[in-house]
Design a protein around this ligand. Structure first.
Ligand code: 5RP
Length: 229
């Protein structure tokens, strides 16, 4: 059922498209619908230049004939459309459930606007029920893990921290070759403070709190489509 709502949210975001746009393409099952719809538009002659936020999205976009570039050639984008794991107050987000948070954040930050697409289950009164992905360098993993655990336990004494596992019993590796620690806060009442504390840890590459990046969200659910701005 939620897949129908994801598709509806992606369809709604098509209204944001203008010919010639430089677009950031998100990652995940909802963003996949958007890329699918964009591919159909491109096949009809719609002109755009896109930057994917993961190898997975790049492969999908290539298979649909969507013109791709990179941030070195095109450092400023008009719009990024991406999914989210949680959408909290003020369009604050948790992202990175699919492991693409670093490229997603770099691409969103390079975009004039970020529009989120999601089904209603992603909307929460406060962030943190979804474990916060923290991307870390492989070097010094145990030291970094302890430092991230200290930040987590200062806020959520019983909170769990786990190294994300990938296929074949190996740790999950991001497109950038890093690892992910998933931090279960339960509730994050001050996302800015958590963001600062995590980014102060040298081994932390980035985290999945997106604050002040999204300016609009299309949310679809059983009661229809809602737009948050
Ligand atoms: C990937 C992400 C995704 O946008 C997020 O996990 C939502 O995915 P889905 O649309 O499959 O629910 O941040 O890193």
């Amino acid at each position: 059922m939620s897949d129908i709502f994801k598709r509806q949210a992606a369809e709604a975001a098509m209204a944001e498209l203008r010919p010639g746009m430089r677009l950031g393409l998100g990652t995940g099952s909802t963003a996949r619908h958007f890329v699918d719809l964009l591919g159909a538009r491109v096949a009809e002659g719609f002109a755009c230049l896109c930057i994917p936020t993961s190898e997975q999205t790049a492969a999908q976009a290539r298979s649909l004939g969507i013109p791709l570039t990179d941030l070195d050639a095109t450092p400023e984008l008009d719009l990024t459309v991406d999914g989210a794991d949680e959408i909290g107050p003020g369009l604050s987000l948790i992202k990175g459930g699919g492991g693409a948070l670093l490229r997603e954040k770099i691409v969103a930050a390079a975009s004039s606007r970020m529009v989120v697409i999601a089904d209603m289950s992603k909307v929460v009164p406060a962030l943190g029920a979804f474990p916060l992905p923290v991307e870390v360098n492989r070097f010094g993993l145990e030291a970094t893990r302890r430092a991230v655990a200290a930040v987590l336990h200062a806020i959520a004494p019983g909170g769990a921290l786990s190294l994300r596992q990938g296929a074949g019993g190996q740790p999950f590796e991001t497109d950038g070759g890093h690892l992910i620690l998933d931090a279960s806060f339960g509730r994050i009442s001050d996302p800015e403070a958590v963001s600062r504390a995590l980014l102060d840890i040298p081994g932390v590459v980035q985290h999945g709190l997106f604050i002040g990046l999204a300016s609009k969200a299309y949310i679809a659910g059983p009661d229809g489509l809602v737009t948050y701005e």
